[in-house]
Design a protein around this ligand. Structure first.
Ligand code: CA
Length: 149
């Protein structure tokens, strides 16, 4: 699973990066909005963690442009700007989730996992018939081995 962190506070981004890497994620960090937009456009991530107050291009503009380019990567906004109005604006502009600073790493991780789960729920179902399983997504056919009958 690949995560992009767009965050100009180095302490925060390295804290998240370390935590996610220890959970097995592959993490890239950029520190301004323009670099964030470039990264999000040129390579594919499973989740983007996006700060709002960024040099170069603010987080909401980054988000809008990502969505305009039809990139559907999950975006979690992580920011100190967390009034109800800000949250609504973020969600209306295409964010999947919103987390206010200061935050707990455990909560961030749980929210990332919840988004990834939502992703896998959207996948085509595995069809099963008479002990055979057909997975259209993976183009696989498996025999259902649930032990002796
Ligand atoms: Ca910031």
């Amino acid at each position: 699973m690949r995560v992009l962190i767009v965050e100009d506070e180095e302490k925060v981004s390295s804290f998240i990066k370390k935590g996610l890497e220890s959970e097995g994620f592959v993490v890239e960090c950029v520190a301004d909005g323009i670099a964030g937009l470039d990264k999000a456009t040129e390579s594919s991530f499973d989740v983007i963690i996006l700060d709002l107050m960024l040099p170069g291009l603010d987080g909401l503009s980054v988000l809008r442009q990502i969505r305009q380019r039809d990139i559907n990567t999950h975006v979690i906004i992580l920011t100190a700007r967390a009034s109800v109005k800000d949250r609504i604006e973020g969600l209306n502009n295409g964010a999947d989730d919103y987390l206010a600073k200061p935050f707990s790493f455990g909560e961030l991780l749980a929210r990332i996992r919840a988004l990834l789960r939502r992703n896998s729920d959207n996948k085509k179902p595995v069809l099963s018939f008479d002990g055979l399983e057909i997975d259209p997504q993976k183009r696989e056919v498996r025999r259902n081995c649930r032990g002796p009958k």
